[in-house]
Design a protein around this ligand. Structure first.
Ligand code: OFO
Length: 164
């Protein structure tokens, strides 16, 4: 039995994942406007990955006999100050999502929903990867600098990201 409380919490998380997707697409558009196609590529893949996260939750709600409810998505920020600011925002955002996933897991525990807990183990592990990836890129930008040759090299590196 999928509880109403957990259904609501899952539907809210679908919204957070879709909002993440929208945020990364806006960041990708900013990167294109700065002539950074590698950054844009990385962020566009992230946009798709977030849709995948939303769909995992969507599928689970349906499989459990629940009802998916899609909530509105707010307009994401349009402009960012610099490439390092972009990845500060990515890291901050992923930390926020980790907190939300942890809260969702707590709700699944309180509702004694073991299937939801198993699904959420995947998300908990995924958040470790999400934060590590953003943090590594941010540190590299900070170390190498974000101008001229260093920025071009970073852009080329991000262009090599494949879909996980
Ligand atoms: Fe869905 O992990 Fe990022 O936001």
């Amino acid at each position: 039995m999928f509880s109403q409380k957990l259904q609501q919490a899952f539907n809210e998380q679908i919204n957070h994942e879709m909002a993440s997707s929208y945020l990364y697409l806006s960041m990708a558009a900013y990167a294109h406007s700065m002539n950074l196609p590698g950054f844009a590529h990385w962020l566009e893949l992230q946009y798709k990955e977030e849709q995948g996260h939303a769909m995992k939750l969507y599928k689970f709600v349906n499989e459990r006999g629940g009802k998916v409810e899609l909530f509105p998505i707010a307009q994401p920020p349009l402009d960012f100050k610099s490439p390092s600011h972009l990845f500060e925002e990515v890291l901050g955002h992923e930390r926020k999502i980790t907190g939300l996933i942890n809260k969702l897991y707590e709700t699944a525990m309180k509702e004694k929903d073991y299937a939801a807990q198993v699904l959420l183990h995947w998300f908990i592990e995924e958040q470790v990867e999400e934060e590590a990836a953003a943090s590594e890129i941010l540190e590299t930008i900070r170390m190498a600098g974000e101008k001229g040759h260093a920025l071009i090299m970073m852009d080329r590196q991000l262009a090599r990201r494949g879909m996980n």
